[in-house]
Design a binder for this molecule. Structure first.
Ligand code: TTP
Ligand code: MG
Length: 359
């Protein structure tokens, strides 16, 4: 049996702002874009939530619901810093940590339990340590699976601790609305409700064939989750420190134009990964291997962070041209980026950061 914790900061961005400026403690705080633009709420303190303010709501609506709310722009660098600190506290407890976004992670604590501590004591100690060292509260769900732990962490926010004892998964899930179940998005929920399926218990009672007919493989998966059956493992992920792509040639290459084309192609691959991870970096690296297998890298740090294929291939291309002398021929070329800053196209419009920088 596995023992999994799901930990999630309470009102993450807003709580960090309150931590850094104690005058904001106890007050309604919203972090996000401005009401004048088309800004949305990224995070609302629990004081602001009493007025109905929620994440993803237009800032204009938030200001109408709670005119005295203090609005602040997002400070991604600071949130990333706190995120790194909390992940390292988690990794002190177990190496099996799977970050889902800056503010939440799964922890597999099976081995710690095997050493004699109870899962709830482990979770309580973790909450205390985060509070003592970072001054922030997390809510923790404890269960035998990821999906149940995740739902549990949300049950008693803020500063919550919800333990679902082994064997009690199905009963715990039963009364909850279907949209709380993993993988039940708004569309699926709508279809299920139209058929009279409203709670997770209702899904558990559905015939597997009936669900399969309507939702395919996904339907069978929903039913297993509704029954509390989920053996998906915690997948260890570290923060991305660099992103790169390289290629080895079938025949050594010396032609400058052909090499530049390779650099451009690799830059496109790297740019695509950066976009997906919402990262931009200041250090561009070129890796080269000569015909005699000598391998070396050349890098330059730019005054600003880049993400686009054009910017990457321009910098990497300059590094390449400096190496094209004599009759040098190359076996391998690679392009990489590091020195990340959060990409932020419009500082007024904070992006969704659910998976930023991990994996
Ligand atoms: P959440 O954990 O969903 O929200 P939260 O930490 O603010 O509040 P709580 O967990 O107590 O319900 O998301 C973590 C951070 O991610 C959040 O502080 C800001 C950011 N975020 C957005 O930028 N846009 C969004 O729509 C959501 C939901 C979160
Ligand atoms: Mg949170």
């Amino acid at each position: 049996m596995r023992h999994i914790l799901h930990a999630d900061f309470d009102a993450f961005y807003a709580a960090v702002e309150q931590l850094d400026n104690p005058e904001l403690l106890g007050k309604p705080v919203v972090v996000g874009g401005s009401a004048e633009g088309r800004g949305v709420v990224a995070s609302a303190s629990y004081e602001a939530r009493e007025y109905g303010v929620r994440s993803a709501m237009p800032m204009r609506t938030a200001q109408r619901l709670c005119p005295q709310a203090i609005r602040l722009g997002a400070r991604f660098d600071r949130y990333r810093e706190i995120s790194q600190q909390v992940m390292s506290i988690f990794r002190d407890l177990t190496p099996l940590v799977e970050p889902l976004s800056l503010d939440e992670a799964y922890l597999d604590v099976t081995l710690v339990v095997d050493e004699g501590q109870s899962p709830s004591a482990i979770a309580a100690a973790l909450k205390r340590r985060v509070k003592d060292e970072l001054g922030l509260t997390i809510s923790v769900g404890v269960a035998t699976s990821k999906s149940v732990a995740k739902i549990a962490s949300d049950m008693d926010k803020p500063d919550g601790l919800t333990v679902v004892a082994p064997g009690k998964e199905r009963a715990f899930l039963a009364p909850l609305p279907i949209r709380d179940l993993w993988g039940v998005g708004p569309k699926t929920a709508e279809r299920l409700i139209a058929e009279g399926v409203e709670t997770i218990a209702d899904i558990a009672q559905c015939k597997e064939d009936w669900l399969r007919e309507r939702f395919g493989k996904h339907g069978a998966q929903m039913r297993r989750l509704a029954l509390g059956q989920d053996d998906s493992p915690v997948i260890v992920r570290r923060e991305t420190k660099s992103v790169s792509a390289e290629t080895t040639f079938a025949r050594d290459l010396g032609d400058p134009d052909a090499l530049q084309e390779v650099v451009e192609r690799l830059s496109q691959r790297v740019a695509q990964q950066l976009r997906r991870k919402q990262l931009q970096g200041r250090t561009v690296k070129l890796k080269l291997r000569l015909a005699d297998f000598t391998t070396f890298t050349r890098q330059r740090t730019l005054p600003y962070a880049v993400q686009s294929a054009d910017d990457l291939s321009q910098s990497a291309g300059e590094l390449l041209r400096a190496e094209l002398y004599g009759r040098r021929r190359f076996r391998l070329v690679g392009v990489g980026v590091s020195g990340f800053e959060q990409s932020e196209e419009d500082p007024d419009e904070p992006r969704q950061l659910r998976f930023a920088g991990f994996g």
